[in-house]
Design a protein around this ligand. Structure first.
Ligand SMILES: [Mg+2]
Length: 105
C-alpha cells in the first residue's frame, strides 16, 4: 500500500482508509462491528491520557502511546463513516458552521 501523502486532506485520508480496509480484509466488517472497535480504541486513548495525567495504570498493561491511540481512533472513526459515504470534511465544516452560531457559555 502506498504511504499516506504528506499534508493529506481529510478526503484523501478517507480514501486511504477505504483502500487499507480492502488490503487488510476489513471491508466486509459491519458498521456496528467497526463502531465497537472505535469505542475500544477510544478506551485505549482514554487510558493513555489517564496514564499521562498520573492516574494509576495496570503495571501489566502495555505502555500507552497517545499519538498511536489517537491515530487508531481516527482510523476507526473514518472506517465507520466510510460505510455510509459520509464526507467527513464536509460534515466537519457544516457542523462548525452551526457550532459557530451557538453561544458557548
Ligand atoms: Mg489502539
Amino acid at each position: 500500500m502506498q504511504p499516506l501523502p504528506e499534508n493529506a486532506s481529510l478526503r484523501t485520508i478517507q480514501d486511504y482508509v477505504r483502500k487499507l480496509e480492502v488490503e487488510r480484509g476489513f471491508q466486509d466488517r459491519s458498521a456496528v462491528d467497526q463502531c465497537l472497535k472505535l469505542f475500544e480504541e477510544a478506551g485505549e486513548l482514554s487510558r493513555a491520557v489517564g496514564a499521562l495525567s498520573g492516574q494509576p495504570v495496570d503495571p501489566a498493561g502495555r505502555i500507552a502511546d497517545l499519538g498511536a491511540e489517537a491515530a487508531d481512533v481516527l482510523l476507526m472513526l473514518i472506517a465507520v463513516v466510510n460505510r455510509y459515504d459520509v464526507d467527513l470534511e464536509e460534515a466537519l465544516r457544516r457542523k462548525e458552521e452551526r457550532n459557530n452560531t451557538r453561544h458557548w457559555r
